[in-house]
Ligand binder design. Structure first.
Ligand code: FE
Ligand code: ZN
Ligand code: FE
Length: 213
């Protein structure tokens, strides 16, 4: 089916986000339970409440264009949620927290792009009510993204960086990562996993040498 008009495209995009937001109301409680950081748990639970209001707001937007609220599978958010589920199986503790933040920020950026477009379409279609509602949600998504950045930079990513240290008593292997590299990684918000392993550590070692080149 081809969307024939901008109005139809607008409604299609609304359906995409309606489905996406509903998926997030199911994913966020699971993410909050998996988070170790209390600050991150709170942020995810607060955003869940916001997300529930965003679903209601989308229903108001549907009504403003005389359409029944209906979702259409949002592959984008579904994919990001699936990646988050995989991270919950593979990681734990502060490193999982870093992964949860990364996933949540991918969602926020997807949403910022979608709501930015939708608000602009509403403007073009001269639907002031829809423009206002979509703008409110857009602002919430931007604030949620910034909150996650703050949490990552304040504590979580640094803890993730150190998580490898706590798991080993002695830095007996020759894979000690120079402090300069570690703090550089931290300042970029990177979770640098330095878990030493037998043969497969050459990649990590290489990234250390690469920096000194
Ligand atoms: Fe949202
Ligand atoms: Zn989508
Ligand atoms: Fe969101």
């Amino acid at each position: 089916m081809s969307a024939k008009s901008l109005r139809e495209l607008f409604v299609e995009e609304l359906r995409d986000m309606y489905d996406g937001e509903k998926r997030l109301t199911r994913a966020l409680p699971k993410m909050a339970r998996a988070a170790e950081s209390g600050e991150l748990q709170t942020a995810l639970r607060n955003h869940l409440k916001e997300t529930e209001r965003q679903v209601t707001r989308l229903e108001q937007v549907f009504r403003s264009v005389g359409e029944k609220p209906r979702g259409k599978k949002c592959n984008g958010i579904m994919g990001i949620v699936e990646e988050g589920n995989k991270a919950m199986e593979e990681f734990e503790g502060p490193v999982l927290d870093a992964a949860l933040i990364a996933g949540a920020q991918k969602v926020e950026h997807y949403e910022i792009a979608s709501y930015g477009t939708l608000a602009y379409f509403a403007d073009l279609l001269e639907n002031d009510r829809a423009k206002e509602l979509l703008g409110e949600t857009l602002d919430e998504e931007k604030a949620a993204d910034q909150k996650l950045t703050t949490i990552a930079k304040s504590r979580v990513n640094r803890k993730a960086l150190l998580a490898g240290d706590e798991s080993e008593e002695e830095p007996s292997s020759g894979l000690r990562i120079p402090e300069a590299v570690r703090s550089a990684a931290a300042s970029m918000g990177l979770a640098y996993d330095r878990r030493p392993s037998s043969g497969r550590s050459s990649g990590r070692r290489r990234s250390t040498t690469r920096r000194s080149r």
